[in-house]
Design a protein around this ligand. Sequence first.
Ligand code: ADP
Ligand code: MG
Length: 632
Amino acid sequence: MSKQTHSFQAEVAQLLHLVTHSLYSNKEIFLRELISNASDACDKLRFEALADPSLYGDQPELEVRISFDKTAKTLTVTDTGIGMSEAEAIEHLGTIAKSGTKDFMNRLTGDQKADAQLIGQFGVGFYSGFIVADRITVESRRAGLPAEQGVRWVSQGAGDFEVETITRPERGTSVILHLRDDALEFADGWKLKELIGKYSDHIALPIKMEGETWEDGKEEGQPGQMVKTGAWDTVNQATALWTRPKKDITDEQYQGFYEQIAHDWQPPLAWSHNRVEGSTEYTQLLYVPSHAPFDLWDRDRKAGIKLYVRRVFIMDDAEQLLPRYLRFIKGVVDSADLPLNVSRELLQESRDVRAIREGNTRRVLGLLEDMVKAETAPGANAAAADAAPADGKVDIGSGDSTPAPEPTELPDGGVTDVVDKNEAPTAADTAAKFAEEQARDAGKYATFWREFGAVLKEGLGEDHANRERIAKLLRYASTTSDAATVSLADYKARMKEGQKAIYYITADTLAAAKNSPQLEVFKKKGIEVLLMTDRVDEWSLSYLREFDGTPLQSVAKGAVDLGDLQDEAEKKAAEEAAESVKPLLDKLKEALKEQVEDVRVTTRLVDSPACLVVKDAGMSMQLARMLKQAGQ
Ligand code: ADP
Ligand code: MG
């Protein structure tokens, strides 16, 4: 077939423009993206070949080769993965299939720095090649198709690309970058090896480069040069990161792996890496990101856990491996028990999957609890000020190098740390390490809560078994703190003598909550009230009736019973007042009978003449408004 020209989808053209203009200072990431695509392609082939081994043809090796030609100014990344048919090349390299693309585009501001950040979160993928190349040629053949059904895709990264049919004996894909003049540094063996080490050491696949040796000039006076030896060496470690012992993995490697699986350039807040043994065996490597993705509230958002079965990649967004309220967690689960041909339907019914989900949930809650501990440890705040990096970047996660002991409720077996047991740290080592970690960890939970608190609250309704653990992690603003830093335990510790409930109010904004007339009597008596402004608060609190034996009570519901906080004189005065204004109340009731259920005298107001409340068992006004907005 002759050459055909296709236009990029509008979003791609827009992204391409941005990529080449905003990511200039971060050029090298293109290599990570291309290697990650090559690795994905090999994973896909391995997976499809489980059902049809003939797909391997005469090339059983799955690998990536990286080569360059200084004279031709090209850099080529070749893989023996699944490859693309012509239709797939047009589809995959001409459109963006990702959820949230529109939303992402709308959020771009035109400010290069801010946009570069956003693009980083979005993930530029294949198109990042155009940061360093003014032309990209892709040659590919899909596994299972004959050699004559290869495809060549060429583009200069502007509005369109060309596609033609070629004959390609090898299965898989070659991406050939025609380097810009200001990117020739990448046509260099040392440079490439350095980048592969930095970005791709943890990839389970061998990444190979051709050996080079120095050859002197053939005749006197002729300069020598590097020549290729024809032997291809593996230049990365080529073992999946999560299978290695923890002590052999550096923080940088954990972070590099996170960048790759999460497509997030900002370091995670924390991570946890464990091998779980017992009736269900698996390895979990779970990360808490340091910022919310732009599509956190997108219903179609993909879950963040990749599932492997005995090192074989099975699927990307295994939503059954964590409850929905932990959907922001990224990571990998490698199961020893599930069958390789496991499908999404099967996952739903599997007992093993249920055990893994419970184990993952406990782990994540443990990670969050550790963050809280680091935050509340004495001296943590002072250390935070010292440790705050001058450039304002997020602190780099120390991970879960001293995991909290798993709670005893582990019918499915114990958890072992992926760590060498022979290594016994001295007490001094441990103390020093602890102090260091504390300094680094201060402020992390506050960051976590700001980014993901509203999602975690969903857990109150969703995860009955862990409700108490979740309740301890909650933070709210209150009449004594504008910042959402008050835990229910803090609140309880400050309760007035005789106070029998944890009081809260829900409103659309902090200002509305603070100025609510319903707060007056609490202010007067110096009783703290939690101020809640998240949309999920009302719903989630309907699942949390009490905390540590103390009921939670909305100040906007029913008659506020201040109990022992009211002295005898006040009670008497209230009763007398009620008696004396009875005729007025009756008139008001009559006049408002269409609008309200009851009119009564209250002690909850100090300055305002009247306020609206709902029945004890009634829907709160906030919830009623929400439902109305939602059209119910
Ligand atoms: P993502 O990897 O997040 O899907 P990319 O922009 O990196 O996004 O790649 C877009 C798509 O192009 C991939 O999903 C894949 O279908 C296809 N693709 C890219 N590189 C390769 C490759 N080396 N082999 C096969 N398919 C590829
Ligand atoms: Mg990609």
